[in-house]
Design a binder for this molecule. Structure first.
Ligand code: ATP
Length: 344
């Protein structure tokens, strides 16, 4: 289902929780609502679901304004972080619940539940009760239950937050495949940037009630539009005065220009290694840490700690060693604008 939101606002008392949020979602896309706690993600989701009424703005599904439709008439499925399964019902009955409410006939319910059991990898578990399942299995039941009545839009509020890291990792790719197979438009709330980057077609960054940026994970990483987005997505070091870096020109005028540097913008090595010697900084290796497939290298340049990654034999670098550091590019910004600059 094509989803459009125009000028959405929500106050809780005097608190302005959602500020003029507008966006469109292409049918079949999986969208991650990402941002810090308290930013307004759940409030946006709840307004889409009809569980909360906007103070202003329109919610449009399939070209129709649905502001006045109750949740059950919006064609949505909902999955929360805490499973919210019916404890006294079997897996089968949990999945069948929405269809029974809709008074579907028995054989249809059976076929549909078995189809979903298959789709969500729960075959053989139909007769179990929620407490006889692992966290990951319970959450798959919650997905099957939400999908059973064939919703047009799936809303997921931190669906994997209560699940331990390894299973959560598996569930992410499982979710990606499930959504692709079902082809349903989906929005999921998360405060975990890795989860959003890995799973979503597009991310919406929500901070202090505002939509800061919407785009593919790669576009957002590559071209952050605000400093908040730049620091929230991906690793980086912030340098208050870009002039302290060789090869970078601050903007004209009096405003201070800050520089944000991603790990992959940095190259480290012997001082003779780099041909662009004039742009090379002198650094000291401060910290080395093995991260499984590569080494994290922290270097200090002019009092700033920069982080980069290198696949290397540990012996080739040592803490305390003097090293050449080349910053290839930086994301520069002041109060007025932001831009990317290559090392000149
Ligand atoms: P989290 O990741 O912690 O769930 P979030 O981005 O989903 O955060 P919301 O749950 O939408 O944020 O909350 C946004 C703000 O609105 C918070 O400051 C919250 O305290 C406030 N808020 C949400 N619901 C209510 C409510 N029913 N009454 C009063 N304040 C509320």
């Amino acid at each position: 289902m094509h989803v459009e939101v125009r000028g959405l606002n929500k106050h809780f008392g005097n608190f302005h929780a959602v500020k003029d949020v507008s966006f469109e979602i292409t049918k079949g896309h999986l969208i991650g609502l990402l941002g810090p706690s308290g930013g307004g993600k759940t409030s946006i989701l709840r307004m889409l679901a009809g569980l909360e009424t906007p103070d202003a703005g329109e919610i449009v599904f399939h070209g129709q304004v649905v502001n006045n439709l109750p949740p059950q008439e919006r064609g949505i499925g909902f999955v929360f972080q805490n499973y919210a399964l019916f404890k006294h019902m079997t897996v089968f009955d949990n999945i069948a619940f929405g269809l029974k409410v809709k008074k579907a006939n028995k054989s249809f319910i059976r076929d549909r539940v078995m189809e979903l059991v298959e789709l969500t990898g729960l075959k053989g578990f139909e007769k179990r009760y929620p407490q006889q399942l692992s966290g990951g299995q319970r959450q798959r039941v919650a997905f099957a239950r939400a999908l059973a009545p064939e919703p047009q839009l799936l809303l997921l509020d931190e669906p994997f937050a209560a699940i331990d890291a390894k299973i959560r990792q598996e569930l992410r790719s499982w979710l990606r495949e499930l959504i692709e197979r079902v082809g349903i438009t989906s929005i999921f709330v998360t405060h975990d940037q890795d989860e959003a980057i890995e799973v979503a077609d597009e991310i919406m960054i929500i901070n202090q009630g505002r939509l800061e940026q919407k785009g593919t994970p790669w576009d957002i990483y590559k071209e952050p539009k605000t400093t908040f987005v730049a620091t929230f997505i991906g690793e980086s070091t912030l340098i208050e005065n870009a002039a302290e870096l060789k090869g970078f020109k601050p903007a004209e005028g009096s405003q201070p220009t800050k520089a944000l540097i991603r790990p992959e913008y940095i190259e480290v090595g012997d001082r003779e290694e780099f041909s662009v010697a004039s742009a090379t900084e002198k650094g000291i290796v401060k910290h080395l840490q093995f991260r499984g497939s590569e080494w994290l290298v922290e270097v200090e340049v002019n009092g700033h700690k920069l982080v980069t990654y290198r696949s290397l034999e540990k012996e080739t670098l040592q803490v305390g060693q003097e090293i050449a550091v080349l910053v290839h590019r930086a994301y520069l910004f002041n109060d007025e604008r932001s831009w990317i600059q290559e090392n000149s």
